[in-house]
Design a protein around this ligand. Sequence first.
Ligand code: ZN
Ligand code: ZN
Length: 279
Amino acid sequence: MTQNFTMHSHTTFSDGKSSLSEMVEQAKKIGFSKIGISDHLIIHKNIDKSPSWEMMSSKPDAHIYKKDFKSALPEFQKHCDELRNFSEKAKFKILIGFEVDFFTYDGWLDEMKEFLSHLDYDYLISGNHFLFTDNCEIIYNIHKNIADFADNEQIKNLVSNHFKTIKKSAESGLFKFVAHIDYVRKMGNQYCQPHDFAGEKAALIKSLKENNTGTEISTKGLRKIGDYYPAPEILRQIAAEGVKVIISDDAHRTTELGYDFDKAEQELQKYGIINRITE
Ligand SMILES: [Zn+2]
Ligand SMILES: [Zn+2]
């Protein structure tokens, strides 16, 4: 049977285009048994110093980028309360998640853990949308205009570090699963060909298994780049290591809920991926 829920979805609280009530309404309509709402949680002390800031801040969803944990806390607490209350009112199971950008500058992880200790949530997804070097002081949005900010050699180093960052997020033990492992393909396939970063990819997938952290096959890739995240060579390694997988739509609007889940199920079966995240 094809998975009848999503754990990766967004509402207007972050950059989704549909409200919570619209998403829940649709989830019921298509026969979902529950919905995990995983709005973005992106906090970096220098986010407004990013070379990508002009582009990011000019978008309608610029409010999702935060630079300070303390001032961000009240709205996240209120969001959690609203989800709990709505779940009860709608008589529908809503799991409260967040899609967290994992940063690696000194102090970030401790601050994030402290922040999370004040939130009533159910699970976390590691979803990484930025490139940076190990000290993580300056971050670049993963975007088609990456060539404006860095030359090919720099981009190579940034992407290599990106896979290492996702590995660190798995090692933190905070996350149920990591999202869109090879999201960097969004910048253009030339930045991450199947044979590129083979060592980084293999180490990441091994660490997912070791840290009992899952990953997703995302049909958002089908909508954005005409292929799943992740690419076939990564799916093969996931199968070989026995990493747990969930099908994700990464829905940002009602029409994306459950998007091509049947196809994704067939894809997983093709690789013999049977170990799944069910709750
Ligand atoms: Zn994401
Ligand atoms: Zn997402």
